[in-house]
Design a protein around this ligand. Sequence first.
Ligand code: NIG
Ligand code: FE
Length: 405
Amino acid sequence: MIDRRVRDGLLRNVHLATFVGEGYGAVRHAALAWREGRIAWLGPDAELPAEFRALPTHDGAGGWLTPGLIDCHTHLVYAGSRANEFESRLNGANYEDIARAGGGILSTVRATRAADEDTLLAASLPRVDALLSEGVTTLEIKSGYGLDLPSERKMLRVARRIGELRGVTVRTTFLGAHALPPEFAGESDAYIDHHCTAMLPALASEGLVDAVDAFCERIAFTPAQTTRVFDAAAKLGLPVKLHAEQLSDQGGATLVAKHRGLSADHLEWLSGEGIAAMKAAGTVAVLLPGAFYCLRETKLPPIAALRAAGVPIAVSTDANPGTSPLTSLLLAANMACTLFRLTPQEALAGITREAARALGMVDRGTLAVGKRADLALWRIGEPAELAYALGARPLAASWVGGAKR
Ligand code: NIG
Ligand code: FE
């Protein structure tokens, strides 16, 4: 548990990967001081001002300090398991066929609707704890396995409770447009009406929604339906993001960029037009290599073109029971390198600075004076080790808002 009373501190005998400026923004043989949960000073240890020397001091043991990790795309609140589908896929079924036959997302909807709030919380906490044990200090959690007002509310309440219980920042995203619930079978426009006029306004008024997402895909919702979702979000002043171009090119990236979306996520089928629209709008590309890996996709997101255009690139777990039962953000970073050919520096910026940007959170994601003291201290000899090793568990300690976890 976090002792939230002590929000001042000083780390010495440490190297910093600040993610400010070029490369890792490395400062070797450094110190970093924080007061009231905010970074107050950082630089070479030899230059540490006297005024910070009396703060509660921690020995970095010659390791590296990075911003606390940020997982900007998860569906980790759910009940049940989809190991049976994993097995079916290995026996020849494919993801879209399973979805069309009422499995996939809808099988998790059945389990999630049936679970009460405490059961759902208990099922979700181990997944949260796996992320936090690897240095995550901010995470996004989507709804979308309830698909009716009480069940979506239950999911979002659980997400809020996770933030309170674990003392980390949880950003909630309403993903009512994830799949068509069975009671609306054959009436997807009527479901989108209900989503926009009843569910979203109610949940937003309860303070449960930080952003709105949708799944724009041939097995989910059309661009026209997605537009209605975005317009409803705009009316409530809520930012949007989109599951776009995962299995086919629906023009989703262009659509979300036109709505000045925070991010477009997945993007295996992203077009040149989508890239240009994202660049113009400042929409972040969120790569989800766990889903690519689990579905054994072969179409790679257009990394070189994203890079050339200067679109910011984030990386996330997409933790979910169907396509990415992954609760290691470091493994996601490794996969972004191994499968998508990101450099370790890009992948690690993708789970810190760019992930913060994907959530619209300007107060974190780098080490700089004034930023939140969300910190992760690692037993490593160089930053690239974080993306290189699999299963290494290199976290030595983490701080959230200046308080040690
Ligand atoms: O991000 N693409 C849609 N949603 C999830 C998968 C959800 C599921 O299969 O349960 C994703 O991959
Ligand atoms: Fe997702």
